[in-house]
Design a protein around this ligand. Structure first.
Ligand SMILES: CC(C)(COP(=O)(O)OP(=O)(O)OC[C@H]1O[C@@H](n2cnc3c(N)ncnc32)[C@H](O)[C@@H]1OP(=O)(O)O)[C@@H](O)C(=O)NCCC(=O)NCCS
Length: 375
């Protein structure tokens, strides 16, 4: 029998070919379609990066305007989806609501069962356009408020913030959210993307794959980490309390959320930009408390465990500065990543082979059958 610990969690296993993103965990490098994440985070908008991922080319100004305009015109939700959101139990979490809503969007999509590349592209566009409306509408409905209709004049991120509060955000806030979505867009075969590809490899449709991917993202070891990171920062409360909190957690062998990574052994290049955005937002609001606390925790983790923060840590600080409720942090990760999942579904559909690994059997063999009256 082979070593049962070999490849636990499929670490290091190559399970698919992809031309979407390149990650070098040792060097802390990430690129989308060959373009370095640092250039994209500084110069590109979220939908520009989505276009790059789906069409394998940077859009011209005209192509980007058409792409953004098409998606802006598709933000409204079908009545069936709004109705379902209104009927969810009070205890529904935003991630559970999102999972249900994506599934219902698939039920009512006019091309639900068409998995041709052209239909996949159109459905992916609708999903990316509709997800912000799902999240903002659910958040308003649960607060007893009417959903706010999308404003096609606002950009993708600004419109989300507008739909949640009814107020158009300032440019720094809109830009910070937009860049966070770009940083969440794509990251190789992480758990949710792998899930999406497994579903797509059965030749199931894109909404099925994204519903499953949302489910995989929900857990605290994946997308849920940005919420857990914020809960921890709120729990610590002040920079002075950081050292005793971290030391106690480490002594009790508890994980500090937002640190460590399966692939990166150095700084996660996405964290670099989220740290910058968190600082910008804190300076603009003249409330640097949470940024300073985040810096303190980051320094402690590096000192005590040699662990760097990952994408989720400063994302939590950014979303908190944007005044977003903690339980919307993971849905926002999903909002950014949906276009990445869609890109993988399209790659899978275009070069499909059923993904079907095997398990190392560790049970018994040749057990004698015992009739039910003799057990
Ligand atoms: C992301 C994560 C699941 C990667 O897991 P992994 O590749 O299996 O790494 P391991 O769990 O093997 O970590 C190696 C060591 O570092 C420790 N470690 C890893 N992340 C840690 C963290 N966030 N806090 C404290 N210790 C941590 C592990 O306990 C382990 O220590 P040990 O060798 O003494 O047992 C893990 O780092 C984690 O749980 N992080 C917190 C959740 C998170 O932020 N997830 C978002 C990822 S983008």
């Amino acid at each position: 029998m082979s070593d049962p610990n070999a490849n636990r969690g499929l670490a290091g296993i190559v399970a698919a070919e992809s031309a979407l993103s390149f990650i070098d965990g040792a060097e802390g490098r990430l690129s989308y379609r060959g373009y370095d994440i640092h250039a994209l985070a500084r110069h590109a908008g979220y939908l520009e990066a989505v276009y790059l991922l789906w069409y394998d080319a940077l859009p011209s100004a005209m192509e980007l305007a058409v792409f953004e305009g098409t998606l802006a015109g598709q933000r409204e939700l079908p009545a069936a989806v709004l109705e379902v959101l209104g009927r969810l139990p009070d205890a529904s979490t935003p991630m559970a609501a999102l999972r249900t809503a994506v599934s219902v969007l698939g039920q009512v999509d006019p091309e639900a069962e068409d998995i041709s590349h052209e239909a996949d592209l159109r459905k992916a566009g609708r999903l990316v356009a509709q997800l912000p409306t799902v999240i903002a509408s659910f958040d308003r409905i649960r607060r007893g408020l009417e959903p706010v209709a999308p404003d096609p004049e606002l950009g993708h991120a600004a419109n989300f913030l507008f739909m949640r509060t009814g107020q158009a955000p300032g440019p720094t806030a809109a830009r910070a959210l937009d860049t966070s979505l770009l940083l969440y867009l794509e990251h190789g075969l992480n758990a949710s993307t792998f899930t999406a590809r497994v579903v797509a490899s059965t030749l199931a449709d894109i909404h099925s794959a994204v519903t499953a991917a949302v489910s995989a993202l929900k857990g605290p070891l994946h997308g849920g980490a940005n919420e857990k990171a914020m809960e921890m920062l709120l729990d610590i409360g002040s920079t002075e309390a950081a050292a005793s909190y971290v030391d106690k957690a480490l002594a009790e062998k508890r994980k500090i959320m937002g640190f460590g990574h399966r692939v990166y052994r150095t700084e996660d290049p996405r964290a670099t930009h989220l740290r910058r955005l968190a600082e910008e937002l804190s300076v603009e609001s003249a409330d640097t408390r949470w940024f300073e606390l985040s810096r303190a925790v980051e320094r402690l983790m590096l000192e005590r465990k040699g662990l760097h923060c990952n994408v989720d840590f400063y994302c939590a600080t950014v979303y908190h500065a944007l005044d977003l409720p903690v339980d919307l942090f993971t849905p926002l990760f999903a909002m950014g990543r949906t276009a990445g999942w869609a890109a993988h579904v399209m790659e899978q559909h275009m070069h499909n082979r059923l993904i079907r690994p095997r398990a190392e059997y560790t049970g018994e063999l040749d057990r004698p059958w015992v009739p039910i009256d003799r057990r």
